[in-house]
Design a protein around this ligand. Structure first.
Ligand code: 2M8
Length: 409
């Protein structure tokens, strides 16, 4: 059984390969997405390390001169996704979006190298690009000492409850008519709402209006929220980059110092009143006041606290299948609506990586076993209903296949 699932997972990666890059899934997501690609590389490393490095190299070939690595590279036209390149209008060739995504690439590059240490030169060539990207985060997104996002899409956790407080101040009433494509591929009740899409678009239109000046986006844009998920990922990525550089004899630059500086700023994300890590709206200086998926990554950055262990146990006790991306006790918990409750295999892999490094082997193993069971019973879907175990969203998903091969299977 397990063997045929391995074969199926490899077939998904190969089937989603468009020549040097993979799409997250055919139809719904027809371009190259930033953090999906990093996970794809990890998946490829289990059977084709050469192809794994190509995936990362293709992504970084589209890095902007300022260091940003965009969240989407539109390698070829496809009408199946909205908003496409003409809406973003960033002036890049090939076209890209104008925001970034969680910087997991350094962490994944380290794992890819570990799978086959003979590719030292390719890893070494990537180090300065990773450094540039991390420095871009510090310059263009770290505000008040902590990593922020200028668009919910930049968090990778699109419609997470975290962003509601910041999105309330974004005016989406004047974006003009548009045609969504996502709701033609999957059940609309599992997707973000129209009110959210109106605001997503308003933020894209703002970026376009200022010529995608990344510093102005953070300093003047309608939305700026400190994101625990990105904050933890960036700290971990800087640490992994320092190690990776040392392993391949490349200049680590200020990777370790960046990690240290970011760690010092983390305290502003601790919601003392509620006792958990929390997103914070920098425009109004208000916490999201919600225990959400970003907080589960604290262990990845060595920022676990006893309160978080207690929350983990409670959340786990409330659902039957894996880790929910939203506190199941919250009235807004929605078991099937994208990032407002469901369990995501690739995200579980990241959380488990942190738990394992924090010495919480039993919790990491439980998460692995839960994730494996979801995939075995439901397939390689994008995400799952954590209450009923139902597969949701897109099928034959790249990062689900990748984490099966590397971790869950
Ligand atoms: C989802 O995000 C895209 C926008 O980037 C979308 O909904 O259109 C998120 O789950 C994101 O984390 C992911 O990278 C992307 C592709 O799988 O889909």
């Amino acid at each position: 059984m397990s063997e045929s699932l391995d074969e199926r997972a490899r077939a998904i990666l190969l089937g989603n390969d468009r020549g040097g890059y993979t799409v997250p899934t055919a139809g719904l997501y027809p371009f190259q997405w930033n953090w999906d690609s990093a996970f794809a590389a990890w998946g490829f490393s289990t059977f084709d390390p050469d192809r794994a490095w190509t995936e990362l190299e293709t992504l970084f070939a589209h890095q902007w001169p300022d260091g940003m690595v965009p969240h989407i590279v539109f390698h070829r036209d496809d009408e199946g996704y909205f908003p496409g390149p003409t809406v973003w209008s960033t002036g890049r060739t090939p076209a890209t979006s104008g925001i970034s995504q969680p910087p997991v690439a350094a962490t994944m590059a380290r794992l890819v190298l570990a799978a086959d240490p003979s590719h030292r030169e390719r890893a070494a060539a990537l180090v300065p690009k990773l450094l540039d990207w991390h420095r871009w985060w510090i310059r263009a997104r770290v505000r008040d000492g902590v990593a922020c996002i200028v668009h919910p899409w930049e968090s990778g956790r699109d419609n997470a409850f975290d962003w509601d407080v910041g999105m309330a101040n974004v005016d989406g009433s004047d974006v003009g008519p548009y045609q969504r494509r996502d709701t033609g591929h999957v059940d609309p009740s599992m997707r973000p709402t129209k009110a959210e899409y109106d605001r997503y678009l308003a933020l894209v239109q703002f970026g376009r209006g200022i010529g995608w000046d990344q510093v102005r986006l953070a300093d003047e844009g309608p939305f700026l929220m400190a994101d625990p998920g990105v904050a933890f990922i960036l700290i971990r990525a800087c640490e992994d980059l320092a190690v990776l550089a040392a392993e391949v004899g490349a200049d680590p630059g200020d990777a370790a110092e960046m990690a240290e500086g970011l760690r010092a700023g983390l305290d502003t994300l601790w919601n003392d009143a509620r006792g958990h890590w929390d997103a914070r709206d920098l425009r109004t200086d208000t916490f999201a006041n919600v225990l959400s998926s970003g907080a589960w990554l604290c262990w990845l950055a060595g920022a676990g606290r006893p309160e978080m262990e207690a929350h983990l146990a409670t959340a786990w006790g409330a659902v039957r299948h894996g880790l929910p991306t939203m506190d199941p006790a919250h009235p807004g918990f929605d078991a099937r609506r994208y990032w407002r409750g469901p369990a995501w295999p690739f995200y579980n892999a990241l959380v488990a990586m942190g738990l394992r490094d924090a010495g919480k082997d039993a919790e990491a193993e439980r998460l692995r076993a839960d994730t494996a069971a979801l995939i075995r019973n439901g397939g390689f879907n994008e995400y799952f209903d954590p209450v009923e175990g139902t597969p949701c969203g897109g099928s034959d998903f790249t990062w689900t296949a990748a984490v099966w091969l590397t971790w869950a299977g």
